[in-house]
Design a protein around this ligand. Structure first.
Ligand SMILES: Nc1ncnc2c1ncn2[C@@H]1O[C@H](COP(=O)(O)OP(=O)(O)O)[C@@H](O)[C@H]1O
Ligand SMILES: [Mg+2]
Length: 221
């Protein structure tokens, strides 16, 4: 097995008296696509927020590339798509992509950007439109395009298929497989087993909610 790129060790997190994460312990190996599954409210997004240091752990440790998660360096090689992605309303699609590529330290190349839009079934005309005029699906595609154009090693995607129609889901999955075949690492968070099954090498189910999740799978055959 390859080196772990992300390492969760005995991670605990509560909100008030509700323990959301209990003893979370797993690795995301480099070059693999790992799916984090679980019912709504199981704690998937909370785990990602802990990984990205958006909230504190109660106890435990997280490392990315061997670097402790709260150091900025731990985030230097990853691209993240949040669960409810929105772009700053005053930007056009092109301005948003250009801003993100600058943050990622990559150059804006019109041809690459257009090819990525086409790969995600997003019309090139959307480049000129303000993002406030985008539909939910277009917004999600824009967020995915920025991530996939980043050229980063690790992709942390929280419910990346949300808001996408059937055609766009297929396109997004194709891009995920391409990212993986390029040797990158994907950490895909989804409540949908089907999405995880199609693209991931392995699936993790956070402890809390596991039993309910398995009952749910059994119930739906
Ligand atoms: N900032 C917060 N304050 C209090 N409770 C929270 C907070 N964020 C999440 N929770 C609770 O933690 C649980 C897990 O939420 P979340 O991680 O968003 O689940 P998932 O992403 O698996 O659907 C839920 O019960 C949610 O209400
Ligand atoms: Mg979530």
């Amino acid at each position: 097995m390859s080196e772990p790129l992300v390492r969760f060790r005995a991670v605990n997190k509560s909100f008030g008296r509700a323990q959301v994460l209990r003893g979370i312990d797993f690795d995301v190996p480099a070059g693999e696509c790992v799916g984090l599954a679980g019912l709504n409210g199981a704690g998937k997004t909370t785990l990602i927020k802990c990984l990205l240091d958006f909230c504190d752990l109660d106890s435990g440790a997280i490392e990315v590339h061997g670097v402790k998660h709260h150091r900025p360096q731990a985030r230097a090689r990853l691209a993240f798509l949040p669960e409810r992605f929105t772009a700053p309303y005053f930007l056009t699609g092109r301005e948003f992509i250009a801003m993100m590529l600058q943050l990622f330290g990559s150059r804006y190349e019109e041809e690459r950007v257009r090819a990525m839009f086409a790969a995600l079934d997003l019309e090139a005309a959307a480049l000129e439109q303000p993002v406030r005029a985008y539909s939910k699906g277009m917004t999600q595609k824009l967020g995915l395009a920025a991530c996939f154009l980043s050229g980063r090693d690790l992709y942390v995607l929280d419910e990346p298929m949300s808001g996408l129609d059937a055609k766009a889901r297929v396109r997004a999955k194709d891009l995920l497989l391409k990212v993986k075949s390029d040797g990158r690492t994907v950490f895909l968070i989804s409540h949908s087993l089907a999405d995880i099954e199609e693209v991931c090498d392995r699936m993790i189910v956070p402890h809390l909610g596991t039993r309910a999740f398995l009952r749910c799978i059994e119930a739906h055959g």
